[in-house]
Design a binder for this molecule. Structure first.
Ligand code: DGY
Length: 328
């Protein structure tokens, strides 16, 4: 029997490709340039499955053009690159890569918060530019992390990881807002209190965004929300571009309506709003929150395991649209 055919849409660890090759006929994009939609469709012709990353959009047009496709396995926990309804309607299974990146991403969220509040990159640029000539009482004086109020917007697994780091490691008071409230045991574990979004924005010293992107969460933070925040507050986005109105944020940073921001994700990335590049009170990183080598390998391995399990016995590890499995 011939092996199923798989497209790997972006470069990935050679050992993961080697594992896929044990099970599948593999075409892999080791050049690592994102294919435009027409090329993605052309490459998907005759493929039974795809290994995708967050930049590979799978929508109704792609699905209609690739009738042989049965599964797309995302090497990401987020899956806003998938039109899940269209995939379900087309009978194409979607899987993501949750859990394996939770702690690494929470570590990074905390690192970005620290760098932002304590002005680490801004002061490093100053030093490297040869501008450090004397000590001053308020030079790069930022805000404290310990003992401050941390507001987590989006309290899934990564949000909980950030809350625990803040509460247990830094003695922060943790408040959170989420679509649904955590049960009492989980709230106690995270030492977190549920508040409205408005109260969170008004009272937190540091706001961290960890909610999934959907049309409903588009511009969750815009000019009106930024206006509610304390002038001394910091905002950290490790969720998705589009959750923050980047133009409104750049204006708020420029006018010092909030103190600082740390951003790992951007509207239209890898493009970054030019106004963000023009302000110094923002720390900018290129969507690397999950990027430790062991975690990226675990994410790729989980995506590969989903493909293998699906073609073996239709029991993928982390399916998103299980309705598809019921009719397969
Ligand atoms: C995810 O897994 O959704 C990350 O954003 C990709 O690194």
């Amino acid at each position: 029997m011939s092996k199923p055919k798989i497209l790997v849409a972006r470069a990935v660890f050679p050992e993961v490709i080697a594992r896929l090759e044990q099970h599948f006929e593999v075409e892999a994009n080791q050049a690592d340039d994102s294919w435009p939609k027409a090329e993605l469709i052309a490459r998907l012709q005759g493929k039974d499955g795809a290994f995708t990353t967050g930049g590979d959009r799978i929508d109704a047009e792609v699905l209609a053009a690739c009738p042989q496709l049965k599964i797309c396995a995302n090497m990401a926990v987020g899956y806003n690159n998938f039109d899940l309804d269209a995939m379900t309607a087309a009978g194409v299974l979607a899987t993501n890569a949750p859990d394996v990146l939770t702690e690494t991403t929470a570590d990074f969220g905390f690192a970005l918060l620290m760098a932002t509040a304590r002005r680490i990159t801004e002061s490093e640029h100053y030093l490297r530019a040869g501008r450090w000539t004397k000590w001053s009482y308020d030079m790069f004086a930022g805000s404290d992390i310990h003992g401050s109020t941390l507001g987590v917007l989006g309290m899934g697994r990564i949000g909980q990881g950030i809350a625990k780091r803040g509460a247990h490691g830094f003695g922060m008071k943790v408040i959170y807002h989420n679509r649904s409230r955590l049960d009492a045991a989980l709230e106690a574990e995270c030492k977190a209190s549920y508040v409205s979004k408005e109260e969170l924005l008004k009272t937190a010293d540091h706001v961290v965004l960890v909610l999934p992107y959907s049309p409903a969460s588009h511009h969750t933070i815009g000019a009106a929300e930024l206006a509610l925040m304390k002038p001394s507050a910091t905002l950290v986005n490790i969720a998705r571009g589009g959750i923050v109105d980047d133009a409104a944020l750049a204006a708020a940073l420029r006018d010092k309506r909030i103190a600082a921001a740390g951003l790992d994700v951007f509207e239209g990335e890898p493009m970054v709003h030019p106004d963000l590049l023009a302000v110094s009170n923002v720390v900018l990183t290129p969507h690397i929150a999950s990027a430790s080598l062991p975690t990226r390998l675990a994410m790729a391995s989980l995506a590969a395991a989903n493909l293998i399990a699906f073609f073996n016995d239709k029991r993928p590890l982390t399916p998103l649209n299980t309705a598809v499995l019921a009719i397969k």
